[in-house]
Design a protein around this ligand. Structure first.
Ligand code: PHE
Length: 338
């Protein structure tokens, strides 16, 4: 037993000396001093020793343990110091080197928005922005979408409590402007909007641009002329525009507007799914009820409104297949748009 204690202490000494890093050392420690460790096991042998030997043996075992613990402590400190030094060397930064900073690029959504805003400024529109948290009144009711009206299903809404919601479109700015300004009104409203929608072409947050014109004698043909100039400026002179009948509670008549496909020129391709046309916006003549709701006399004034998705136009213009690319902020993607 005396020999066994001695030889185990010697064995521990060797193993500790050999340990090359703190992980290995931790394993060695468990092997000798853990609950089922080799050295711990020696105590169990004490009961088999003769009663005369026991006190001496017990003392010896304790001394050996203290010795081993001391060796571990020393080695731990030694390894820790070395590892710290290696880590510092690996993460060394030479602050005297010239700074390497990359210049950012303009986000594709901003590029497209700026282009569109420029076109409408050229047509005499005033650019406005509005709140992203709206009341039910402005997002829906003033726009002729009463509570419980099935048209509310067209837009999956994020409600944030007590009649407040994240605006589902930029159209509430129509109501804000008509309530606070007198015609002639000619506004363009870019901004973020929110819907509970999420797939390859829909994101819960996206961007719209709203247009509103109110004056005496404004008709559907003014809408068509305006959108034709817009489409030709954005997609090229040869672009054609077509109106299809549609429905929005705040416009009457309402139209869905397509442009001839910029990629195939209208012959049909993968972008336009073979139809030659791409739907880009909703529009129409402002519903007289909306004018009344906002305090404008429909016997004197009329107007048109339109709203389109900036994301969709950016995806068409740059051939981006998944809307998420616009929100992930992966610099490898963003860098392409200068
Ligand atoms: N607000 C409508 C939408 O988000 C688009 C629209 C705007 C339609 C203005 C007509 C007039 O779907």
């Amino acid at each position: 037993m005396f020999d066994k204690i001695k030889s185990l202490v010697a064995k521990a000494k060797d193993s500790i000396a050999e340990a090359s890093d703190s992980n290995v050392l931790a394993d060695v420690k468990v092997r000798f001093l853990g609950r089922n460790g080799e050295y711990t096991g020696i105590l169990r042998g004490l009961k088999d020793a003769s009663p005369e030997d026991r006190p001496t043996l017990g003392k010896l075992i304790n001394e050996g343990r203290a010795q081993i613990e001391e060796m571990f402590k020393e080695k731990e400190a030694q390894l820790k110091a070395r590892e710290q030094k290696l880590k510092l060397a690996a993460e060394r930064i030479d602050v005297t080197l010239p700074a390497k900073s990359e210049l950012g690029s303009i986000h594709p959504l901003t590029l497209v928005k700026n282009q569109i805003v420029d076109i409408f400024i050229g047509l005499g529109f005033e650019v406005k922005e509005g709140p992203e948290i709206e009341t039910d009144l402005f997002n829906f009711q003033l726009l002729n979408i009463p509570e419980d009206h099935p048209a509310r299903d067209m837009q999956d809404t994020f409600y944030v409590g007590n009649n407040l919601l994240l605006r589902t479109h930029t159209s509430p700015m129509q109501a804000h402007t008509m309530k606070s300004e007198r015609p002639p009104i000619r506004i363009l409203v870019p901004g973020k909007v929110y819907r509970s929608d999420d797939d390859a072409t829909h994101s819960p947050i996206f961007n719209q641009i709203e247009g509103l014109v109110i004056d005496k004698g404004v008709s559907l043909s003014h809408l068509k002329g305006t959108l034709e100039i817009f489409a030709k400026s954005l997609f090229g002179e040869e672009t054609k525009v077509r109106f299809r009948p549609s429905y929005f509670p705040f416009t009457e008549p309402s139209v869905e507007v397509d442009v001839s496909c910029a990629m195939c020129g209208g012959k049909g391709c993968s972008l336009c799914k073979g139809t030659g046309w791409i739907e880009i916006l909703g529009a129409g003549v402002v519903n007289p009820q909306v004018l009344v709701n906002c305090g404008i006399d429909p016997e004197v004034y009329s107007g048109f409104a339109f709203g389109f998705g900036v994301d969709r136009i950016a995806m068409i213009k740059y051939g981006i297949p998944n809307i998420r690319a616009l929100y992930e902020n992966d610099v490898r993607f963003l860098k392409q748009y200068k």
